[in-house]
Design a protein around this ligand. Structure first.
Ligand code: RB5
Length: 141
């Protein structure tokens, strides 16, 4: 799978950790920054990653900021994006099974590195269930 990653300065370390994990697992990764600790604005990076997914440059997107909230809000303003704030394996799994989320947002100040890695694994491995969930997802637009 081809996966795009982006973060602001508050999520950069976790973004790099998750990107390495995805690459090691054999996925193709697209690093959309940020690349250092300099302060940047999360809406710019949320939108950048969301546009890469919406354009078909990547099948999934993973974004990280301090909380995972602001960057999820930014991503969800791009048409066709369903970006779920993820904080444990259950939300990671259900975001895929029920919501067909094509992006995950995590908070480096909220979640530990190991739990975040488990969330990434679940998010990438879980399929959308379809069925009763399909018309609901369609209503999201
Ligand atoms: C940056 O300080 C912080 O506000 C940002 O990373 C994020 O948590 C916003 O939602």
């Amino acid at each position: 799978m081809r996966i795009a990653f982006a973060a602001d300065h508050a999520g950069r370390r976790l973004k790099d950790h998750l990107l390495d994990r995805a690459r090691t697992a054999g996925h193709e990764v697209l690093d959309l920054g940020t690349d250092d600790d300099g302060s940047v604005d999360y809406p710019d990076f949320g939108r950048r990653c969301a546009e890469a997914v919406a354009d078909g440059q990547a099948e999934r997107g993973v974004v990280v900021c301090g909380t995972g909230l602001g960057i999820a809000m930014a991503a969800n303003r791009v048409a066709g994006i369903r970006c779920a704030p993820i904080h444990d394996v259950t939300t990671a799994r259900l975001a895929r099974q029920h919501n067909d989320a094509n992006m995950a947002a995590l908070g480096e100040r909220i979640i530990g590195m190991s739990t975040a890695a488990d969330c990434l694994d679940a998010f990438l491995a879980t399929e959308f269930e379809g069925g009763r969930h399909s018309p609901r997802v369609t209503k999201l637009g």
